[in-house]
Design a protein around this ligand. Structure first.
Ligand SMILES: *[C@@H]1O[C@H](CO)[C@@H](O)[C@H](O)[C@H]1NC(C)=O
Ligand SMILES: *[C@@H]1O[C@H](CO)[C@@H](O)[C@H](O)[C@H]1NC(C)=O
Ligand SMILES: *[C@@H]1O[C@H](CO)[C@@H](O)[C@H](O)[C@H]1NC(C)=O
Ligand SMILES: *[C@@H]1O[C@H](CO)[C@@H](O)[C@H](O)[C@H]1NC(C)=O
Ligand SMILES: *[C@@H]1O[C@H](CO)[C@@H](O)[C@H](O)[C@H]1NC(C)=O
Ligand SMILES: *[C@@H]1O[C@H](CO)[C@@H](O)[C@H](O)[C@H]1NC(C)=O
Ligand SMILES: *[C@@H]1O[C@H](CO)[C@@H](O)[C@H](O)[C@H]1NC(C)=O
Ligand SMILES: *[C@@H]1O[C@H](CO)[C@@H](O)[C@H](O)[C@H]1NC(C)=O
Length: 899
C-alpha cells in the first residue's frame, strides 16, 4: 500500500474529531467514520493514484483524435468511439446491445501515449485536479468561455501521464483503474494500447488494465480528456477532478459496486437486511470459494451484530454469480435525518475465502430505515414526518473549482446545516462519492440526479450528443455506485429536460429510464424536475414523485412581473398537480431563484414581496450587483417570501430544494459578464447573505435569532428613507433608531419578515427587540462604522491535519478601531503564509471579481475576504497566516498542522 493511501485514510479519521461545531449531531456519530475501502489488507488493495502526474493541455485539438465526428476541432481526426463503447458493456443489460471491440489497435498512435515520449516539460500535478480553476478569467465579449460556463479556461484537450507499479507479486491478480470522475470524454491508454474510456464527466468508472500490464516493469498510463466549448450550462471544471485508484485483487472477487444491501419489515424492534453480493471469476479455470458477510454496528467501529449464512459457490472461468441472503437484526439503530433523527450507519463486511484463506474483503456502509412517500403528508422517514428543507448544490467548490476536497464539501454542508437545511439535491449530476459518505454520516436527505438533458440539447456540444449510446450505462453505473447510501431518498432521471413537453415521445424516454431504475433499485421512488410540463401532459405520468421547478409557487404571475413577455406565466401549480396526481408525493425540486449580492443594497426598495430584477428595480447592470433586500428574483423566480406563502397554502407538499444553497461558478443570471451565480443564500466564498437568515428563521423556528438588514453606514443617505427589515421566527418586533422606537409590529399571516419601510437614515445604531408569545425572543443591532482601521482574521479551524488535503478557511473582516464591520470596505488585502502550509486560493464572494483565484492579493468585498490554506503533507508545525492592507492594522492567525 502506498503512503497516499494512508493519507487518504487519515483525512477520513480526521473528520470524526473535526466535525461541525454548530448545531451538529453528537460527536459519537462521527466517530463512525471509516475510510471508504481504504484498508483492504486481505486480498484487495486500493492504492491512490493521485500523485505524480504530468499534465499538458492544448486549447484546441492538436492530436488528431476525437471520440466522435461531432467533436472534431479540425477535420481528419481519427474517431475512437468504437474502442471506447465496450467500456460500457458491464452496464448494458441486453447482450445483443453490448459492443464488440474492433480488432487490433486504432490506426492512429499518438506520441503522448508512448513510454519514450518526453513529458519533462509538462506540468507536475496531483489529483484531484481542475485545469481551469487557476484562470485567468476571460473578460468581456467574444471570448471562448463566457459567463455561463464561468469565464475560466475549461475548454480544450488535456493529457495526463504517470507510471503505475505492478510487481511479480501481482501475477494472477485482476488490476483495475478506478476513476471517480474525469471531465470529459476520458480515453485511457496503457503502454501505448487503448484500454477504453467514459465520455460522461460526472460518472465514476472502472477499466480493466490487466491485459495491458507488464509485471515488474514500468507501465505508462496516459489519459486524454476533451472539453468542448458550449458543452455545459455552468462551470464544469476540466481534468481528472476526483480521486483515482488502482485496485489489485484476486481474480475471483466482489465485482465493481458488487453489493446491494437493503432492509425491509423495519421497526425499532427488528429489521430484515437483504444483501446481494456479486462475485466474478476473471480467471480461466473454475474456482470454489466461500462467501461470508458480517454486519457491524456504528458504521463499522462497533460490535459485530450478525452474519449472513456462509455460502460455498463454484464459479467457472469468466463466470459471474450473485448470492442473495437475508438476516434479521434485533433492535436496529435506524438511520434518519439530523436533527430530527440520528444518522446511524452499519457496515457490511464481505469476505471471500479460498481454502480458508481470505482472498477478498469488501466493505459496504449502509443504513436501516424506511421511506414513505405520502401524497398528502409528504415524506415520512421511519414513520415520522420530515419536512424537506433542502437546497440545490452544484458540484464546484468555489475558488477550489471542481477538484473535489472532502473538507471543502463538509464545510458547505456545515454552513447549510446552520440554516436548518436537511436535504441536498445533487443538481444536476452524480456527485463525488465522498459527498454521499458525508450526507450519510451527517444525516442529510439526498435527491441524487443523473442527467441535465436527454436527446434534446441545451447547448450544441453538451451530452445530448452521447445520450443514445450512453443513457443506459450512465444510469446503471450511477445507480449501482450510489444505491447503498441511506441518505438518498429519490432518484432524479432528469432536470428540466426538453422532453417534458414533447408529448408521448418524451414520456416514453422517461418510462425507459424509469424501468432501468426499477431494475437496479426498486426501493426508492423516481422523479424528474418539471419547470414546463403541465398536469395534463404525458410526462408527469411517467414519474413517481411530482417535482416542480418554480411552478409550485407560480411563474411571472404577480403584477410586478406583468411587464415580462419572455416566457410562460402561470399561477401556483401545487394544487393542479395534486389534483391530477392524487396518489403521488409532490415537492419542489427548485424554488425561488432569488438573486442578491452580499452586502449590497440598492434604493428605492420595492414595496411588494417579490419583483424581477431590472435596472430601475433591485439591480444595476453597470456594477452587476443585485440588491440584498432579498426581494428580487430572476424573471422566472420568486422571493423566498412568495414561495413560503404558496407552501403554507398547500401543506400537502413534502417541501423544497431552494435554488440555490451556495453560489456557484457560471450561470451568473442576470449579468453574464460576471463569473459566478447570484442565486445562493451563501456566497461563493461561504459568507452568509441576508437571505440565509430568512431561511434560518423558517427552518429553525426554535432558534432565538433576529437579523437586521441593511448595514447602517450610509454617509450619503443622511435624512433619506432607508428601509429596515428583520428576519426572525419571533411573532413581534420593535425597531429602534438611536433609541427611538420606529413602532412595534405583530407578524401578520402570510408575511415572513418585519419591515419598517419609512425609516429615515441617521448615523448611529439600529436595534431590534423581538418577542414570541409576549416574551423577549432575540435582539440584534447594527452600528454605523467609522473609517477602516484594522483587519480581523479568523480561521474556521485552528488545528488541521498535515496530510496535504486538509484546509483551513480563514475569514478576514475589515473593521473600524472599535471593531465594527466596515460594510462597504473594498480594501486590497495581501496574504502571506509561513510554516508548513500554503495558500491555495483567495476569494470574497463578489460575482464580478475576475482576479484569478490563486492571487495572494484580494480586494475585500462588502468588508470580507477569504483565504484558503492547505497544510503540507507530513510536516507538523505552526502555520502563520497574515493579512495586511495599506493603512490598516494587520491581522495574524496561527493554525496548527498536526500529523
Ligand atoms: C467537424 O467537421 C465538420 C466537417 O467534417 C464540420 O462541418 C463541423 O463544423 C466540424 N465541427 C466542429 C465542432 O468543429
Ligand atoms: C459558444 O459560446 C460562445 C461563448 O460563450 C458564444 O459566443 C457562442 O455563440 C456559442 N456558440 C454556440 C453555437 O452556441
Ligand atoms: C486464459 O487463457 C488464455 C489462453 O489459454 C491465456 O492467453 C490467458 O492469459 C489466460 N488468462 C488468464 C487470466 O489466466
Ligand atoms: C437476488 O436479488 C436481486 C436484487 O434484489 C434480484 O434481482 C435477483 O433476482 C435475486 N436473485 C435470486 C437468485 O433470488
Ligand atoms: C478450514 O478450516 C476448518 C475449521 O478451522 C477446517 O476444519 C478445515 O479443514 C479447513 N479447510 C481447509 C481446506 O483448510
Ligand atoms: C422594472 O420592474 C418594475 C417592477 O418591479 C417595473 O415596474 C418596471 O417597469 C420595470 N422596468 C423595466 C424597464 O422593465
Ligand atoms: C449603477 O451604478 C453606477 C456605478 O456606481 C452608477 O453610476 C449608476 O448610476 C447606477 N445606475 C443606477 C440605475 O442606479
Ligand atoms: C449592540 O451590540 C453591542 C455589542 O454586542 C452591545 O454592546 C450594545 O449594548 C448593543 N446595543 C443595544 C442597544 O443593545
Amino acid at each position: 500500500m502506498s503512503s497516499h493511501c494512508l493519507s487518504w485514510a487519515y483525512s477520513w479519521l480526521t473528520l470524526s474529531t473535526l466535525f461541525c461545531s454548530v448545531n451538529c449531531a453528537p460527536a459519537e456519530i462521527y466517530a463512525n467514520l471509516k475510510p471508504r475501502q481504504a484498508f483492504a489488507t486481505h486480498g484487495r488493495e486500493q492504492i491512490s493514484l493521485n500523485s505524480g502526474w504530468r499534465f499538458h493541455r492544448t486549447e484546441t485539438n492538436s492530436d488528431q483524435i476525437a471520440y466522435d465526428d461531432i467533436l472534431n476541432y479540425s477535420i481528419n481526426n481519427e474517431v475512437l468511439k468504437s474502442w471506447i463503447l465496450p467500456s460500457a458493456n458491464e452496464f448494458i443489460k441486453d447482450a445483443a446491445n453490448r459492443h464488440q471491440r474492433p480488432a487490433g489497435n486504432p490506426r492512429t498512435t499518438v506520441p503522448q501515449t508512448r513510454k519514450n515520449f518526453d513529458d519533462n516539460t509538462w506540468q507536475e500535478v496531483n489529483l484531484p485536479h481542475d485545469w481551469a480553476i487557476q484562470g485567468p478569467f476571460y473578460a468581456g465579449y467574444g471570448v471562448p468561455i463566457g459567463g455561463g460556463m464561468g469565464r475560466l479556461p475549461v475548454q480544450g484537450v488535456g493529457w495526463y501521464r504517470r507510471q503505475v507499479e505492478v510487481t511479480q507479486n501481482d501475477k494472477g491478480k485482476s488490476i483495475y483503474l478506478d476513476i471517480d470522475g474525469a471531465m470529459s470524454y476520458a480515453m485511457v491508454w496503457l503502454n501505448d494500447k487503448l484500454v477504453g474510456g467514459w465520455p460522461y464527466g460526472y460518472n465514476s468508472f472502472r477499466l480493466d488494465l490487466t491485459p495491458y500490464l507488464s509485471l515488474g516493469k514500468e507501465n505508462l498510463l496516459a489519459i486524454r480528456l476533451d472539453n468542448p466549448t458550449n458543452s455545459s450550462r455552468w462551470y464544469p471544471g476540466g481534468g481528472i477532478y476526483r480521486n483515482v485508484w488502482l485496485t489489485k485483487v484476486d481474480q475471483t472477487h466482489v465485482s465493481q459496486w458488487g453489493t446491494y444491501v437493503t432492509s425491509k419489515e423495519v421497526s425499532s424492534h427488528s429489521a430484515i437486511v437483504d444483501a446481494v453480493v456479486q462475485i466474478e471469476n476473471t480467471g480461466n479455470s473454475s474456482r470454489t470459494i466461500e462467501v461470508a458477510t458480517d454486519i457491524h454496528a456504528d458504521g463499522g467501529t462497533g460490535e459485530k451484530i450478525g452474519e449472513f449464512t456462509r455460502t460455498k459457490i463454484t464459479l467457472a472461468g469468466g463466470e459471474k454469480k450473485q448470492i442473495n441472503s437475508s438476516l434479521k437484526v434485533a433492535n436496529p439503530r435506524l438511520w434518519g435525518p439530523f436533527p430530527q433523527q440520528q444518522p446511524n450507519m452499519y457496515l457490511a463486511v464481505t469476505r471471500l475465502y479460498s481454502e480458508n484463506k481470505t482472498i477478498d474483503k469488501f466493505e459496504t456502509p449502509f443504513g436501516i430505515r424506511t421511506l414513505t412517500y405520502d401524497a398528502n403528508k409528504g415524506l415520512l422517514v421511519n414513520g415520522e414526518h420530515v419536512r424537506i428543507q433542502g437546497v440545490n448544490q452544484h458540484h464546484d467548490l468555489g475558488a477550489l473549482g471542481a477538484a473535489f476536497n472532502v473538507r471543502a464539501a463538509q464545510r458547505q454542508l456545515e454552513v447549510l446545516r446552520e440554516a436548518g437545511c436537511n436535504a441536498i439535491r445533487m443538481s444536476h449530476n452524480p456527485p463525488a462519492p465522498e459527498l454521499l459518505d458525508l450526507t450519510d454520516r451527517m444525516g442529510f436527505l439526498v435527491m441524487d440526479e443523473v442527467f441535465d438533458m436527454w436527446e434534446l440539447q441545451k447547448n450544441p456540444y453538451d451530452m445530448h450528443l452521447t445520450f443514445a449510446d450512453w443513457k443506459e450505462p450512465i444510469l446503471r453505473a450511477f445507480l449501482r455506485r450510489d444505491r447503498n447510501h441511506p441518505s438518498i431518498i429519490a432518484w432524479s432521471i432528469g432536470n428540466e429536460v426538453g422532453e417534458q413537453t414533447t408529448g408521448t415521445s418524451g414520456a416514453e424516454i422517461a418510462q425507459t429510464l424509469r424501468n432501468i431504475v426499477r431494475e437496479e433499485d426498486p426501493t426508492r421512488q423516481i422523479t424528474a424536475s418539471m419547470n414546463a410540463a403541465e398536469p395534463n401532459m404525458p410526462f408527469p405520468g411517467a414519474l413517481d414523485v411530482v417535482s416542480l421547478n418554480y411552478q409550485g409557487e407560480g411563474i411571472r404571475d404577480t403584477p410586478a412581473y406583468s411587464q415580462l413577455n419572455n416566457g410562460r406565466k402561470t399561477p401556483p401549480q401545487y394544487g393542479a398537480f395534486h389534483d391530477a396526481f392524487p396518489d403521488n408525493m409532490i415537492l419542489s425540486s427548485e424554488t425561488a431563484a432569488s438573486l442578491s449580492t452580499r452586502g449590497t443594497y440598492l434604493f428605492p426598495v420595492t414595496d411588494g414581496i417579490s419583483a424581477p430584477v431590472n435596472d430601475t428595480s433591485g439591480g444595476n447592470s453597470t456594477t452587476m450587483y443585485v440588491s440584498a433586500y432579498e426581494l428580487y428574483t430572476a424573471d422566472f423566480g420568486s422571493s423566498p417570501d412568495k414561495v413560503f406563502v404558496t407552501q403554507d397554502k398547500n401543506p400537502f407538499g413534502a417541501g423544497e430544494f431552494v435554488w440555490s444553497g451556495w453560489d456557484y461558478l457560471g450561470e451568473p443570471t442576470p449579468y453574464y459578464s460576471a463569473r459566478s451565480s447570484y442565486f445562493g443564500f451563501i456566497d461563493l466564498a461561504g459568507f452568509k447573505k441576508d437571505r440565509f437568515f430568512l431561511y434560518q428563521a423558517r427552518w429553525r423556528p426554535d432558534l432565538k435569532m433576529a437579523h437586521i438588514l441593511p448595514h447602517w453606514t450610509w454617509p450619503n443617505r443622511i435624512g433619506e428613507v432607508t428601509p429596515v427589515h428583520v428576519f426572525t421566527a419571533a411573532d413581534e418586533a420593535e425597531l429602534f433608531v438611536n433609541g427611538k422606537s420606529q413602532g412595534r409590529q405583530k407578524k401578520v399571516e402570510s408575511s415572513y419578515r418585519f419591515r419598517w419601510d419609512d425609516v429615515v437614515y441617521q448615523p448611529g445604531e439600529l436595534h431590534v427587540v423581538t418577542y414570541k408569545n409576549g416574551d423577549v425572543w432575540a435582539k440584534d443591532n447594527v452600528t454605523t462604522a467609522e473609517t477602516a482601521a484594522q483587519l480581523k482574521i479568523k480561521p474556521d479551524r485552528a488545528i488541521i491535519k498535515a496530510d496535504g488535503n486538509d484546509l483551513s478557511f480563514i475569514t478576514v473582516k475589515v473593521t473600524d478601531s472599535k471593531g465594527n464591520a466596515v460594510p462597504e470596505a473594498d480594501t486590497a488585502i495581501t496574504f502571506a503564509v509561513s510554516g508548513p502550509g500554503e495558500i491555495v486560493a483567495t476569494d470574497n464572494g463578489d460575482p464580478t471579481d475576475l482576479e484569478a483565484f490563486p492571487s495572494k492579493t484580494r480586494k475585500a468585498f462588502s468588508g470580507l475576504a477569504l483565504v484558503i490554506v492547505r497544510a503540507k503533507a507530513g510536516v507538523s508545525g505552526s502555520i502563520i497566516v497574515t493579512a495586511s492592507a495599506k493603512g490598516l492594522q494587520s491581522g495574524k492567525a496561527t493554525i496548527e498542522a498536526s500529523e
